[in-house]
Ligand binder design. Structure first.
Ligand code: PRX
Length: 658
């Protein structure tokens, strides 16, 4: 972290907000002072941006680490995202311009969205789904993904969306943990010019789970296996339902969704979010951070609904603000590398939200591509998911924003539910690579090991020092893990430990430096080293495995695995075996966890207590001088590793936007 800290000290470029944007910005500097003066009152005001069926009586009940926001209040999340806009006379306003990868399109107005969500809500109820029941969603980027989520919200069911790139095994363990009885999937989805199967993976996943019904959207038309009595076509069930649905209000703390994310163990955590506080913060931050204007903006968040970014900034935040948005099914290079820019021109997109890894991919493809398009509709650019290096930030600003658009680097997590640290486009003088400042109403600090605030110019750990409305309410079924993971490190102060290294610069602005725990960030996807290690070790040829995230200039980090083979496996055949191992990890977790590099080693570096010294393996993976080796149980092990590694590299694939 030290070298990163000192590099950042040299960044002195600043970009003021464009005067026209500042003059009509949704949020001004005054919001910080207002929130500072009375934080709870500030959030009450933001909650009033929503429509409540019953007002809350208590804004916050905070019994660390358990928070309840807007207690006593009742609302319906789907009504807030859809129906109220129709009632206000915006039924014809386009909610979603959807673009399929092959070029087919669908535009849904708010009135149409209301009908689709209503029909899907009836369909779920007809399948026996009740408030509080969990529904798994495993879909490509098609409108039915948003419709399914909103239908769950409408009837008070709890959705758990699993990203379409996850394997059958990953889907199964999540469905089991959530205890779901219904799964919504599709025959497949289009990705890089071909139809990839989802139903086949779902079929395998549901074996041995409590899933009794699979509702299947026809997207690609590919052949699917069909089990009568279990499988139902979406078009058969949903299309037959009434397009009118009487919604019911739920408690502000009624569970809205569970989203699984990687932690430091092999078991993903089911992050639980509830309704009123979550919707308040995603709605406010979408309004504030993107300066979104419902009547004129066209917004595009190029994430997948399978991740928190898709939940908060495709579905709930934007739709609560009556967005007109682009939703794109496919890859950025299909059918050509200018697809994003073409879509921006086609729909006159004015706000773009994407990930640094995607920006770096565009950089590699060259600035001549965006240069061929107009891009004059753009006015705000956002970044999320991983640290954005100043070169990528500058490229985004110059070659996409043409020097006119503020770039907002937004820091947050699955757990925080909504953006926490970010510049405001009409207020902040931005710095390439810095997320800068906690948003109004949010309280963050950089602290040392003992929880003391570090001075300006120093680095440490990011801590969130006050509860916030969209905070996770726990880990599904594991209160102890919730407490241990996030709240035990700074128990005395009552701070939330984010797991990220950070720096406060000389102006007090924040720079996020990446994970400090055993979690990797590959193309903005969170993957645990332990999860990949267990996948490798579950292969019969592997005796032991260690995994580290190595530096990768495209994907941020790349997965590098070190494996000790079982005695009977001959190192001569290692190349074939390593290919099999890579495939095995893909089967176990999903293609996003496929190691970039695997090395066969005779030993792993361990401390005397048997803990693997990943720091040294990272030095090998990054081809650096070895750091301090004095803690090693066996002094010579690193020489053995360096002398014997059999390296099997694959070129990193094009990162998936998240
Ligand atoms: O390490 C931080 C990184 O992504 C982690 C959260 O990952 P996830 O829960 O998958 O959510 C990603 C989308 C919100 C964080 O702990 N991260 C996210 N945004 C940034 C970031 N790192 C640096 N700068 C960011 N803007």
């Amino acid at each position: 972290m030290e070298s990163a800290l000192s590099n950042l000290l040299h960044e002195d470029r600043r970009f003021n907000p464009p005067p026209e944007l500042a003059a009509s910005a949704n949020v001004t500097e005054a919001a910080y002072a207002q929130a500072e003066q009375d934080r709870l009152r500030f959030w009450e005001e933001q909650a009033r941006r929503l429509s409540w069926s019953q007002p809350w009586h208590t804004t916050l009940i905070w019994k660390p680490p358990f928070a309840q926001w807007f207690v006593g209040g009742k609302l319906n999340v789907a009504y807030n995202c859809v129906d109220r806009h129709v009632e206000a006379g915006y039924g014809d306003h386009i909610a979603i311009h959807w673009e399929g990868e092959p070029g087919d399109t669908r535009s849904l107005s708010y009135a149409q969205l209301q009908q689709e969500v209503s029909k899907a809500a009836h369909a779920l109820t007809s399948l026996g789904v009740h408030p509080g029941d969990r529904v798994m969603i495993y879909l490509p980027m098609i409108p039915e993904a948003a419709i399914s989520m909103l239908a769950c919200a409408r009837i008070g069911a709890v959705h758990s969306v699993v990203f379409g790139g996850f394997s059958a095994q990953s889907l199964r363990s999540r469905a089991n943990d959530a205890g779901a009885a219904v799964l919504i999937t599709a025959d497949g989805g289009f990705r890089r010019g071909s139809a990839h199967a989802l139903k086949a993976i779902a079929d395998e996943a549901v074996e041995g789970t409590g899933i009794e019904t699979i509702l299947v959207v026809r997207r690609t038309g590919q052949d699917v296996f069909w089990r009568a009595g279990r499988d139902i076509w979406w078009h058969d069930l949903v299309d037959a339902q009434s397009a009118e649905h009487a919604w019911q209000a739920f408690d502000a703390e009624h569970p809205l969704f569970i989203l699984y994310t990687s932690g430091t163990t092999a078991e993903p955590k089911g992050i639980l979010h509830t309704s009123g506080g979550y919707l308040t913060q995603v709605s406010y931050t979408h309004h504030a951070v993107f300066d979104h204007k419902a009547d004129t903006d066209v917004y595009w968040c190029a994430a997948d609904v399978g991740w928190i970014t898709g939940h908060s900034y495709i579905v709930y935040g934007p739709l609560s603000n009556r967005v007109t948005q682009v939703m794109y099914e496919g890859a950025p290079d299909t059918p050509h590398q200018g697809r994003f820019w073409e879509l921006i021109d086609k729909y006159r997109v004015s706000i773009l939200y994407t990930a640094p890894t995607v920006i770096r991919t565009f950089m590699r493809w060259g600035e001549q591509l965006p240069a061929q398009y107009e891009l004059s509709s753009l006015r705000v650019l956002g970044s999320v998911g991983e640290p954005i290096n100043p070169e990528a930030w500058m490229w985004y600003r110059e070659h996409v924003g043409r020097g006119r658009c503020p770039v907002v680097d937004t820091w947050w997590q699955t757990e925080t539910g909504a953006i926490m640290i970010s510049p405001l486009p009409g207020v902040s003088s931005t710095k390439p690579g810095s997320a800068q400042r906690a948003l109004p109403g949010i309280s963050a600090d950089v602290v040392d090991e003992t929880g003391n605030s570090v001075s300006y110019g120093e680095g440490g750990y990011l801590a969130l020092t006050e509860p916030w409305p969209a905070m996770l309410r726990g880990i599904w079924g594991d209160a102890q893990r919730y407490q241990d993971t996030y709240w035990s490190r700074y128990a005395e102060q009552g701070y939330y430990f984010a797991g990220d290294g950070a720096k406060k610069d000389e102006d007090g602005d924040l720079w996020l430096l990446g994970r400090v725990d055993d979690v990797m960030n590959v193309s903005g996807h969170r993957i645990s080293t332990t999860e990949v290690e267990s996948a490798l070790a579950s292969h019969p040829a592997v005796a032991e495995a260690a995994v580290v995230g190595a530096h990768d200039c495209l994907t941020g980090q790349g997965i590098v695995g070190f494996v000790i083979l079982r005695g009977e496996h001959d190192c001569g055949a290692a190349q074939v075996l390593l290919t099999q191992l890579r495939r095995h990890v893909t089967d176990q977790i999903g293609a996003i966890a496929k190691p970039r590099q695997l090395m066969v080693v005779p030993e792993l570096p361990k401390t005397r207590s048997g803990k693997i010294m990943r720091r040294l393996l990272r030095d090998v993976a990054d081809r650096r001088e070895l750091g301090d080796v004095t803690a090693l149980a066996e002094g010579g092990v690193m020489e053995m590793i360096r002398a014997s590694v059999s390296v099997d590299s694959v070129a990193p694939s094009i990162p998936e936007p998240r």
